[in-house]
Design a protein around this ligand. Structure first.
Ligand SMILES: Cc1cc2nc3c(=O)[nH]c(=O)nc-3n(C[C@H](O)[C@H](O)[C@H](O)COP(=O)(O)OP(=O)(O)OC[C@H]3O[C@@H](n4cnc5c(N)ncnc54)[C@H](O)[C@@H]3O)c2cc1C
Ligand code: FES
Ligand code: FES
Length: 485
């Protein structure tokens, strides 16, 4: 164990301690909390199995598992260590490829060997880690998911993927019979020390540690955006690791709202039964947003505050006319998301305010929701233009509507005038076409690597059509909007 007592006075007092388990070892470190887990593993611990590829969350070579106590058991998620700050590991179990070593090959490693799914081997440790994470998921989380989905954030420049997918299929077959940590250890899929992890984590969670002091220069939630913007600055600054503040996670329903803690990750948000009740097709939408490893880190709050004009969850929350709850010390205030964005990356928020939770109004009966995203690649890409619509009709007449669009203005845009136009009108081709001039007047896209301004204007029109044709197929069809050839 790296005990603080063995460190110099200055080093010990500089940062709050981070207590965690690294594979089967108990650690207590006083490194800068913004140090990346990848750098810690390779430079401090000399655990070189975790590879550094893109350092931007895109390749998966640096994947590790992070386990967290949930009741009696530990829930593991694969994440990219190149965008994960060391500070979030407090009280958790960090598993690297070295921590999966056993005297024999694990079934995941064996499947990779059997299928010839490795050549240069650079991507292989990350893939083994993610597929092992799949084996460790509980039955419920596996519903509708396959082992292949756990490969979503992994790039391989050698194999052409076929052999890797076949290895994933073999792992999936092995998963059928083995559920729960006890069975996984008994069937030699995991090393025996995993059985002791829950008790060891409980002991660690009882240790009292000081939290960071004073007001930080930067808050870090998931870290998937801020490390791309300010990587070099963070370890030179005072940072606030938001996961060390209790009460910012989780989803509950109360008084006509779905309360979503700002630290809730994309994946937690999409899988939660309460979210599915409010946004029934969220599972379909989320598959178009980043990779699993990224969704296990990226938070709903981070998506709102980073203020990207193409933030996917933000666009959905805008269409739902959500409310934002901010806290600053003892002070708290609630404001609508529709008036939160004042200009490019300009927010209606003071630097010390923390976005605490998001309140999504529970849709009235009959409300239908749709989300659309167009990007250069269908999966694992940010949007050229994205859009969400919430609508309620009575006898074909629009009584309630929220339409939001991203990539068409310096901010994620709530299309107020277009919504106003639609209210009280019958859903028909003529009415939808009548909205186009108003919509085009509300947006101001610019050309960039994701498309020209003209292309984005065209997409704005197409996505508006897509919403109505998907939600009301009995009233309008895609072919209604095109001249026959
Ligand atoms: C490979 C990759 C793929 C991606 N794909 C997508 C995609 O498909 N769609 C998409 O929308 N985004 C995508 N992103 C962007 C990013 O993952 C999201 O914007 C994510 O929601 C950011 O959340 P975070 O918790 O990681 O934010 P962080 O990086 O931790 O923080 C972002 C900013 O918000 C501030 N902040 C965060 N939380 C709070 C809070 N609660 N209160 C106050 N300030 C806060 C931070 O200080 C920082 O300035 C991708 C990113 C990567 C690296
Ligand atoms: S190094 Fe590529 S995802 Fe981390
Ligand atoms: S085996 Fe070489 S990158 Fe995958």
């Amino acid at each position: 164990m790296n005990c603080p007592l063995q460190m110099g006075y200055k080093e010990y007092h500089m940062h709050p301690e981070i207590h965690f388990l690294l594979n089967d070892r108990e650690m207590c470190v006083s490194e800068h909390p913004a140090m990346l887990v990848l750098d810690y593993l390779r430079n401090r611990e000399r655990l070189m199995g975790t590879k550094e590829g893109c350092r931007e969350g895109d390749c998966g070579a640096c994947a590790v598992l992070v386990g967290e106590l949930s009741g009696e058991r530990v829930v593991y998620k694969s994440v990219t260590s190149c965008l994960t700050p060391l500070g979030v590991l407090h009280g958790k179990h960090l598993v690297t490829i070295e921590g999966l070593n056993m005297p024999h090959l694990s079934p995941v490693q064996q499947a990779i060997v059997d299928e010839g799914a490795t050549q240069c081997g650079f991507c292989t440790p990350g893939i083994v880690v993610s597929l092992t994470g799949y084996l460790m998921e509980d039955h419920r989380a596996l519903m509708g998911d396959g082992a292949k989905k756990h490969l979503s954030g992994h790039l391989c420049r050698c194999t052409g993927y076929r052999s890797i997918k076949q290895a994933a299929d073999q792992v999936e077959k092995a998963a059928d019979n083995n559920r729960g940590m006890g069975l996984l250890v008994a069937s030699k899929m995991l090393p025996g020390y995993f059985l002791e992890i829950p008790a060891r984590l409980r002991r660690i969670s009882e240790i009292n540690v000081s939290n960071e002091e004073g007001s930080p220069d930067f808050f870090i939630a998931g870290g998937t955006d801020i490390y791309l913007q300010k990587d070099d600055l963070l370890t030179e600054s005072r940072v606030g690791i938001l996961s060390r503040r209790p009460g910012m996670k989780g989803i509950r329903r109360k008084d006509g709202y779905l309360y979503v803690g700002a630290l809730t990750t994309f994946e937690e948000f999409a899988r939660h039964t309460e979210t599915i009740k409010v946004i029934p097709h969220i599972g379909e939408y989320i598959s178009q947003i980043a990779s699993l490893q990224m969704r296990n880190r990226a938070t709903v709050g981070g998506n709102i505050i980073n203020a990207s004009p193409i933030g996917d969850i933000t666009i959905l929350l805008l269409a739902l006319e959500s409310l934002l709850v901010f806290k600053d010390g003892e002070k708290s205030r609630t404001a609508p998301i529709t008036s939160f964005y004042k200009g490019y990356k300009q927010l209606d928020k003071t630097p010390s305010e923390i976005l605490w939770e998001i309140l999504i109004p529970e849709p009235a009966s009959g409300v239908l929701i749709n989300f659309e995203k167009v990007s250069k690649r269908k999966f694992l890409d940010v949007a050229s233009v994205n859009s969400a619509m919430r609508v309620r009709c009575e006898d074909g007449v629009i009584r309630e509507i929220g339409l939001a669009m991203g990539g068409v203005a310096p901010v994620p845009l709530f299309l107020k005038a277009t919504c106003q136009y639609f209210l009280g009108k019958q859903v028909s081709r003529e009415v939808i076409e009548g909205a186009f001039p108003i919509l085009q007047n509300e947006i101001s896209p610019i050309g960039d690597i994701r498309g020209s301004a003209d292309y984005k204007r065209l997409l704005a029109r197409q996505l508006c059509i897509a919403h109505f044709t998907k939600i009301f197929p009995e009233r309008v069809k895609v072919r209604d909007f095109y001249e026959p050839c």
